[in-house]
Unconditional design. Structure first.
Length: 426
């Protein structure tokens, strides 16, 4: 599907976001392991999170949807059923990595696979600790999906992540729910803590000591009624559009403001962004509120080291902002972008060049000089939702009508994105 996008002189009004993708995955999986009926309000509408629900249904979990609310009748820690066919994670790396931790502790064999893109994404980071817990996992060429998981009673481990990863942390902690003893994960740097919050909300016995997180196995989880805040990663596209548009006064409602995700707002403000938090509330352990953003002069900046890990998902759209900034944007230490849904360093650079923007590419990142303008062009999503949305924002700021090829990729995380973008673009 193609989307034609004309330049916008102004960005104004208000926009509400779908439920946070990262939180939705975790809540659905824990609700499936809980005892009783959980209701998850504002569950993500993205295809990735629907893949998680599909996999849970394949494991015998009864799930009903009413609008954006999801009711999950939990099976308990030991109540999942052996799947009758291969579990389909679709395009969702979150689904396959986190759910594998749960599958490793079940008393049955399972097979989980995904689409062509997911099948190219390496899984050694989860296979290694799960094997240390006693799971038997086979993969194509020793590291790629599909994964064949021979579940068993796991033993607890004390595991230090070689690379900071919230998904790998979650995988090991979820496996620890079924393990004998206390499983501990040690992080080289702090990652988003949605898993720790969700585990506590569902009644797990969890302990936090600095960057060491531990969970006691065999403790029953309790069903919850819980709401998902708006997705801050989705907010990034509207934040950049408003900061860069000639005129802008935009309010983003109900967005998640978890402190471990605040690096995006902190970085944009450090670049000169006029961003203000209008309200702040807490529900289900997560902070959320309304944000106001206005057009701003953006100075530019550098993303490297720990900041790269914190902003890894937002780098495509931040590269767009970098081109329009005064000082440009440099990104280093971002090798992980090479193994996302696409090689995001290559796809970002390729689309920037199509739109007349100079870019220098490094093995671990890129440099986008500031003071540039976007020209109208045909760009490609390459089947990557974040690329589709990032260059839709670039198209709003271009000199004429642009075309986004493969725009349907946005539905992976935000099916309503283009409608929302049009509603605020004048």
């Amino acid at each position: 599907m193609d989307e034609r996008i004309s330049p916008a002189r102004s960005i104004s009004g208000a926009v509400a976001l779908p439920g946070d993708k990262s939180i939705s995955h975790r809540l659905a999986m824990l609700a499936a392991l809980a005892e009783g009926e959980s209701v998850i309000a504002n569950y993500s509408t993205g295809a990735d999170c629907q893949s998680t629900l599909g996999c849970l249904r394949g494991l015998g979990v009864k799930i009903e949807k009413a609008g954006n609310d999801v009711t999950v009748r939990g099976a308990g820690l030991e109540g999942l059923k052996a799947p009758m066919e291969t579990l389909d994670a679709g395009n969702s790396g979150s689904t396959i990595r986190m759910l594998s931790g749960i599958l490793a502790g079940q008393p049955f064999h399972s097979r989980i696979a995904g689409d062509e893109s997911l099948s190219r994404r390496p899984m050694e980071r989860i296979m290694r600790p799960l094997a240390g817990m006693g799971a038997a996992i086979q993969a194509r060429d020793g590291k790629y999906p599909p994964l064949e998981i021979a579940g068993s009673r796991l033993r607890a481990i004390d595991y230090t992540l070689p690379v900071a990863s919230a998904q790998v942390k979650t995988c090991v902690l979820f496996a620890g729910l079924s393990a004998r003893g206390r499983t501990t994960v040690r992080e080289p740097m702090r990652t988003r803590d949605h898993t720790e919050i969700a585990l506590r909300e569902f009644g797990a016995e969890i302990d936090l000591q600095g960057r060491a997180i531990s969970v006691l196995g065999g403790v029953p989880l309790k069903a919850r009624r819980i709401a998902v805040p708006g997705d801050l990663s989705s907010a990034a596209f509207f934040l950049v559009a408003a900061l860069a548009a000639p005129e802008a006064n935009l309010v983003i409602r109900g967005v998640g403001l978890n402190p471990t995700r605040s690096a995006l707002l902190d970085f944009l403000i450090s670049m000169g962004g006029a961003i203000k938090i209008l309200s702040l509330d807490q529900a289900g352990g997560e902070l959320a509120g309304d944000i106001q953003v206005r057009h701003s002069r953006i100075r530019g900046g550098t993303i490297e080291k720990d900041l790269t890990a914190a902003l890894i998902d937002e780098i495509p759209v931040l590269a767009v902002l970098g081109a329009l900034s005064e000082g440009g944007l440099t990104v280093r230490d971002a090798q992980e972008l090479r193994i996302k849904e696409t090689d995001r360093i290559a796809t970002v650079a390729g689309n920037l060049e199509r739109m007349g923007v100079a870019v220098e590419v490094f093995p671990d990142g890129l440099r986008v000089p500031g003071g540039q303008r976007f020209r109208a062009a045909e760009v490609d999503s390459f089947g990557d939702h974040r690329i589709a949305m990032a260059f839709a924002v670039a198209a709003l700021l271009a000199g004429g009508e642009s075309v986004i090829r493969g725009a349907e990729a946005a539905s992976v995380s935000y099916p309503e994105f283009f409608a929302a973008l049009r509603s605020i673009a004048g």
